[in-house]
Design a protein around this ligand. Structure first.
Ligand SMILES: Cc1ncc(COP(=O)(O)O)c(C=O)c1O
Length: 386
């Protein structure tokens, strides 16, 4: 398409670049002011079961619970395998006694459907599906069943808008993979029985460890139900029919990285300093507003999420009115210019841009990025395009 059709004048090459061009959806940008030399590293080279190691791990649990405002009777643990490890250990340990409703609207939620249908081979499963950009019909969920869903679909930029669709009184358990949501979105804890997240998303921590949150109802299920399939050691959360309480006090199942733990504690300290989870949510929401304002006045770019109230304020997915190769060329060009790293859409998602707007991203960096988007959009259509 000719440039003249789209622009009256050639867009000048912007002069200001984002100070931090890291807009990846995970691992995400480190917090503003992050300095690896400031981490408290006295735990390194020591046993994670030493008093010092256990104290740091226990603090990772208790500070997370405090900052997130978890109900006092909820438990939280550091588990192996990042968010995937956390949600899979919960599904393998707890699913089976009831039918299961699974919501699928992008790649990660599709992964949990595969786990439930093809791996666990559960007989009574209802999958409620929607295409990329949409949310499944939440009214159709049967809460007599266990319900498995992601809070924020990282690969489509579609989130559930709130927890109002989840009844307080329900027979089944709710399993919520909230890895791109926790610390950036309001979580209605009482409506959620199993919640998982990782450190490398909203807090810009390190990969490898998952956080698993269990409600008292989930704990009761764990203690009263023995799944018919084998459970690997890294999934086991009980012994002698009782929950392993130590797991929720920093006694991890196997060896964690104490360097990652130190990094996570640093991130939690930053949350505290900012004023708590309200502040991290506000930062992420104002980041989304920067993008929304831009989309509102640029006809060539749009949100993949159809409904405004379902638009993610962390993994912001955008469609560009260009063929896929040109969108990919935009992404490459922005990377080459060191103005945006890793903003191509997820490999299984429709072609487009995905710009992380979580709390560790500065609005000023997003503002600096936007003129570059316009510039790159124009560049890839020029006859001499890369
Ligand atoms: C919604 C969702 N679930 C699961 C995962 C996998 O997370 P991890 O790599 O921490 O296991 C991701 C990663 O982006 C995700 O966005």
């Amino acid at each position: 398409m000719l440039l003249s059709k789209r622009f009256n004048a050639e867009i000048m090459r912007p002069t200001v670049k984002p100070v931090v061009p890291n807009f990846s959806s995970g691992p995400c940008a480190k917090r503003p002011g992050y300095d690896v030399n400031q981490l408290q590293l006295d735990t390194l080279g020591r046993s994670h079961r030493s008093a010092l190691g256990k104290k740091a791990l226990a603090l990772a649990c208790s500070e997370s619970a405090r900052l997130l405002g978890l109900p006092a009777d909820y438990r939280i643990a550091v588990v192996p395998g990042s968010d995937t490890g956390a949600i899979e250990m919960a599904m393998w340990s707890l699913l089976g006694p009831r039918g299961v409703d699974v919501l699928e609207w992008e790649s990660f939620s599709a992964g949990w459907v595969t786990d439930i249908v093809k791996q666990l081979k559960l007989p009574d499963v209802t999958v409620t599906k929607a295409e990329y950009g949409e949310l499944p019909d939440l009214e159709r969920v049967n809460f007599d069943n266990d319900v498995v869903f992601v809070w924020n679909g990282t690969t489509s930029g579609v989130k559930v808008p709130n927890g109002e669709w989840i009844p307080d009184e329900r027979k089944g358990l709710t399993f919520c993979d909230a890895t791109s949501a926790v610390f950036a979105m309001e979580m209605p804890w009482e409506k959620l029985d199993v919640v998982t997240y990782s450190w490398q998303k909203v807090l810009g921590g390190e990969g490898a460890h998952g956080m698993l949150i269990l409600s008292p109802r989930a704990v009761a299920r764990l203690e009263n139900y023995n799944p018919p399939w084998p459970l690997p050691k890294v999934f086991r959360m009980k012994s002698g029919g009782k929950i392993t309480e130590g797991l929720f006090k920093g006694e991890t199942i196997n060896t964690p990285s104490m360097l990652c733990v130190a990094d996570y504690l640093d991130a939690l300290g930053w949350v505290e300093q900012l004023g708590g989870v309200r502040a991290t949510i506000a930062r992420s929401e104002s980041n989304l507003k920067v993008i929304s304002d831009f989309v509102a006045v640029n006809h060539w770019i749009s949100f993949l999420a159809k409904e405004p109230q379902t638009r993610s304020n962390t993994s912001v997915c955008l469609s560009v009115d260009l063929p896929e190769e040109q969108v990919k060329a935009m992404v490459k060009l922005l990377e080459k210019e060191h103005v945006a790293f890793d903003i191509g859409s997820y490999k299984d998602a429709p072609a487009g841009l995905r710009i992380w707007c979580g709390a560790t991203v500065e609005a000023s960096d997003l503002k600096a990025l936007l003129p570059w988007l316009t510039w790159a959009y124009q560049q890839v259509q020029s006859p001499a395009a890369i």
